[in-house]
Design a protein around this ligand. Structure first.
Ligand code: FAD
Ligand code: NAI
Length: 462
């Protein structure tokens, strides 16, 4: 039996970051992970592999659609799917090995196996029971399915199966027009699959800015994705090679069905806490299966903390990482803090979609007076040069104080551009502060400045 200051259960972005920060703060630290490799959902079957496939398929799309215009002649490359999966797996390997290296460097013990908590202060892995003054649960999440839909990860798949299909399907039905459905739907559409997205609501990407939703859907349609909106999936029947998705249109209750080679179920994820023994310990849970914590990630059981996808809040890697760092700081007697008002969200399609802070709908609901500064990438020289003029930056600021309240971007490098707004918001900046900051030309970031100018006397290039 070994004894630690902290044992973390789960090595995803929440768990591994917590472990590294605990070790840096001088705490004797171990991390329990049941998977073969470190890094959790994000590195193994989430953020990283999906971005590798998005990158490779985007390169193909560029070759097919834009190369000839730039004078780059010749046949567009053909797809060697097996090699694309090898590339994706290599990227995963480099990243998971990187975490293993960081664990060794920081003298963190990786306890291999599935952990449970027989009592506060103890973590059991296999037959071994380890002692820990503090335990952080970072057990993450798993895909949730629908009633009447049985996932086999071959024909009816979650994102995990969709990242590892034996061949590129001819027809794919995606259930759910959220982040996973649109990212992976884009990958396969670019690779030549006929992709139909079936969504329960009347708009895609729930929770995002309404104008962004409309523009984004229009662009995805142009890229070949078909949408069936306002449709409640009733069930999926599958054979060894085909599937049929039955749905009911909400507007008139009419029923219809779609045939597919592969069905991707992307209707959300739920916290994963199986086997931890939380019920016996009396750890309080929400009705949605999340572990309840206070503002410093403490559960109701002394010495047990929880972070990441297993608790409330957006299911995002960077949110989990920030909580991991902050919980480690709380445990070591420092002041850990996460500003939940400034957590960016990014969809890595082409173009990218990014947002931070409040949406117009939320501001209206709050009855808050606000102003909108909007700038189209059509007025941005750099974007036009790379066929990326479609899209815009929208900045929301308080009408009285000019303080930035939110930003919503659809366009080139949106996922990077959003961070200058995040930094500005952390500093409590006004739109004028951004507008007065010199931005290098020609960069996409000039569009952010122009949107800030649009909150005041007006943009220059519109
Ligand atoms: P996880 O990453 O889920 O890690 C939890 C780990 O705990 C797992 O490895 C699991 O094996 C282990 N574990 C669980 N129980 C036990 C136990 N009892 N004993 C031992 N080990 C245990 N987020 C982004 O911010 N950006 C993206 O681009 C992005 N892309 C995504 C793409 C896909 C396809 C998916 C599915 C998700 C994506 N996400 C993305 C979400 C992101 O992966 C999660 O928000 C993030 O991984 C959560 O981190 P976590 O540490 O809370 O949990
Ligand atoms: P999601 O919550 O983003 O989207 C689910 C979609 O399915 C919603 O549009 C919802 O209305 C729809 N839906 C639900 N039930 C339905 C039904 N019966 N029929 C039709 N549509 C239905 O969930 P998703 O895409 O599965 O992603 C899960 C999590 O993973 C997200 O919370 C996200 O934060 C995270 N993630 C983040 C990424 C990123 O940051 N780029 C990438 C991928 C995932």
């Amino acid at each position: 039996m070994a004894s630690y200051d902290v044992i973390i259960i789960g090595s995803g972005p929440g768990g591994y970051v917590a472990a590294i920060r605990c070790a840096q703060l001088g705490l004797k630290t171990a991390c329990v992970e049941g998977r073969e490799t470190l890094g959790g959902t994000c590195l193994n079957v989430g953020c990283i592999p999906s971005k590798a496939l998005l990158h490779a398929s985007h390169m193909l799309h560029e070759a097919e659609h834009n190369f000839a215009t730039m004078g780059l002649k010749g046949k567009a490359p053909s797809v060697d799917w097996k090699q694309m999966l090898t590339y994706k797996n290599d990227v995963i390997g480099q990243n998971t090995k990187g975490i293993e290296f960081l664990f060794k460097k920081n003298k963190i013990d990786w306890i291999k196996g599935w952990g449970s908590i027989p009592e506060a202060g103890k973590v059991k892995v296999g037959d071994e029971v380890h002692e820990a003054k503090n335990i952080i649960i970072a057990s993450g999440s798993e895909a949730s399915s629908l009633p009447g839909v049985e996932v086999d990860e071959k024909i009816v798949v979650t994102s995990t199966g969709a990242l590892e299909l034996p061949k590129i399907p001819k027809k794919m039905v995606v259930i759910g027009a959220g982040v996973i459905g649109l990212e992976l739907g884009s990958v396969y559409a670019r690779l030549g699959t006929e992709v139909t997205v079936v969504e329960f609501l009347d708009h895609i990407t729930p929770g995002m800015d309404g104008e962004v939703q409309k523009t984004f859907q229009r662009m995805l349609k142009k890229q070949g994705l078909t949408f069936i909106m306002g449709a409640a999936v009733q069930g999926v029947s599958a054979t060894k090679t085909k599937a049929k998705v039955t749905y009911k249109l909400r507007k008139d209750d009419s029923e219809a069905s779609l045939d597919a080679d592969v069905v991707l179920v992307a209707t959300g994820r739920r916290p994963y806490t199986d086997g931890l023994g939380l019920e016996a310990l009396g750890v309080e849970m929400s009705e949605r299966g999340q572990i309840k914590t206070d503002a410093q990630w403490r559960t109701n059981v002394a010495g047990i903390y929880a972070i990441g996808d297993a608790i409330d809040g957006p299911m995002l890697a960077h949110k989990a990482e920030d909580e991991g760092m902050a919980a480690a700081e709380v445990i070591s007697g420092k002041h850990g803090h996460v500003n939940y008002g400034v957590i960016p969200g990014v969809i890595y399609t082409h173009p990218e979609v990014a947002s931070v802070g409040l949406t117009e709908d939320q501001l209206k609901e709050e009855g808050r007076a606000y102003k909108v500064g909007k700038f189209s990438f059509m007025g941005n020289g750099r974007a036009k040069a790379v066929f990326a003029g479609d899209g815009f930056v929208k900045l929301l600021a308080d009408k009285e104080t000019d303080r930035i309240l939110g930003a919503h971007i659809i366009g080139p490098a949106a996922g990077d551009l959003i961070h200058e707004v995040c930094v500005a918001m952390e500093f409590g900046a006004s739109a004028e502060d951004l507008a007065l900051t010199c931005h290098a030309h020609p960069t996409y970031s000039e569009a952010v400045r122009e949107a800030a100018l649009a909150c005041g006397d007006g943009p220059i290039h519109a």
